[in-house]
Design a protein around this ligand. Structure first.
Ligand SMILES: Cc1cc2nc3c(=O)[nH]c(=O)nc-3n(C[C@H](O)[C@H](O)[C@H](O)COP(=O)(O)OP(=O)(O)OC[C@H]3O[C@@H](n4cnc5c(N)ncnc54)[C@H](O)[C@@H]3O)c2cc1C
Length: 326
């Protein structure tokens, strides 16, 4: 059986951030991921300046596609607002592999199925043993499923369902566009250009509200949305969208039990106003690592639950997504 001090299940932004922090302090860490990196991750790939800061990224030396927007185009019920702000886009395929490699942690491809806690150790599939266990396996994380689901059940009304496709496309408009509540979608649709001819198109909405009260399903919204893009922003683009769902932040009462932690999507930490999950994943991974290294409580207060700062715009979007102004 392979032993280590800290075992991390999942090598996405939460897991690789925890691994990076732990490795820098000389901890004995192992990352398990069911996929071989670089791997596909459905995601628009929008990252905030906070993510760049938390990861101590030097943008100039980042070796992959990285695009900076100096404004966002917000489309809301016929209004078109140009909001000055600095935001970025990356391709998750590249970004996640780079983060994991940069962490310096050994990575083993392994699909975690069974975990037990025995004599102060965690035993994973009778193959790995560790003292500390970090669950960073996303929505279906086996650490969440085994130890946390009962105490920290997910709230159906906070589940978001998405469809997206990232395509090679010679875009002409280099800005990011977001359409809120278009045609009754309880969420928003996006156009996110990536550097050097890639484009991410997608939409997401609150799962329980999608088909309620005669609402349309995501595929129907997809048809309407891409039809509109085809007339202007993305003429001639062809798509094969795929879907994924994750949870926005509810009450996170229990994120640590004994020496087991949950981080990122495993803990349901995506923001309630913009459904942003990379930033909360990175920060919670760093905090879990810090709690282990310094033997301090695992705090999630500093992990943002609102991308727009929690002000009026944040609260209105949160309300509109979960209760319904669409
Ligand atoms: C369509 C879509 C668009 C999005 N757009 C954005 C965006 O633009 N910006 C943003 O901030 N957020 C976005 N999000 C949310 C964001 O992608 C997630 O919140 C973020 O990836 C969470 O990171 P994580 O590390 O917790 O989990 P993940 O990135 O999901 O990583 C989990 C890892 O665990 C591995 N794993 C899972 N199960 C097992 C197992 N049993 N054994 C071993 N390994 C396992 C997986 O292979 C994966 O590599 C989007 C989400 C979707 C679905």
């Amino acid at each position: 059986m392979q032993s280590c001090d800290v075992l991390i299940v999942g090598g996405g932004p939460a897991g690789s951030s925890a691994a990076w922090r732990l490795k820098r302090s000389g901890a004995d860490v192992l990352v398990l991921d069911k996929e071989s990196f670089p791997r596909l991750k459905l995601c628009a790939g929008w990252v905030t300046p906070e993510v760049v800061h938390d990861l101590e990224m030097d943008i100039a030396s980042y070796p992959h596609r990285f695009l900076t927007f100096d404004k966002l185009h917000i489309h809301l019920k016929g209004l078109h607002l140009r909001v000055p702000c600095v935001q970025h886009s990356i391709r998750r395929f590249e970004f996640d592999a780079w983060l994991l490699e940069r962490s310096g942690a050994p990575v083993v491809q392994h699909n975690v199925k069974h975990i037990r806690h025995e004599n102060g150790e965690y035993i994973i599939d009778d193959t790995f043993r560790c003292k500390y266990l970090i669950g960073a396996g996303g929505t279906r994380c086996p650490v969440y499923r085994t130890f946390f689901r009962e105490l920290h059940p997910r709230a159906d009304e906070l589940q978001t369902a998405t469809l997206e496709h990232e395509i090679e496309y010679d875009w002409q408009d280099p800005d990011c566009h977001l359409w809120f509540f278009e045609n009754g979608l309880p969420g928003y649709a996006w156009y996110v250009p990536k550097k050097n001819g890639w484009l991410n198109i997608g939409l997401g909405g609150m799962a329980t509200r999608l088909k309620k009260h005669g609402g349309k399903d995501l595929k129907h919204h997809w048809g309407q949305f891409t039809g509109k893009l085809g007339r202007k922003l993305a003429r001639g683009a062809q798509y094969h969208p795929e879907g994924y769902s994750y949870y926005l932040r509810g009450k996170v009462d229990v994120a640590r039990i004994d020496n087991a932690f949950i981080t990122g999507d495993a803990a349901g930490l995506a923001t309630r106003d913009m459904c942003e999950g990379i930033g909360p994943a990175v920060r919670s991974g760093l905090h879990a690592a810090q709690a282990i290294l310094e033997n301090t409580p695992y705090e999630l207060e500093e992990v943002t639950g609102a991308s727009l700062g929690g002000g009026l715009a944040s609260r209105m979007l949160d309300w509109a997504f979960t209760r319904g102004a669409a």
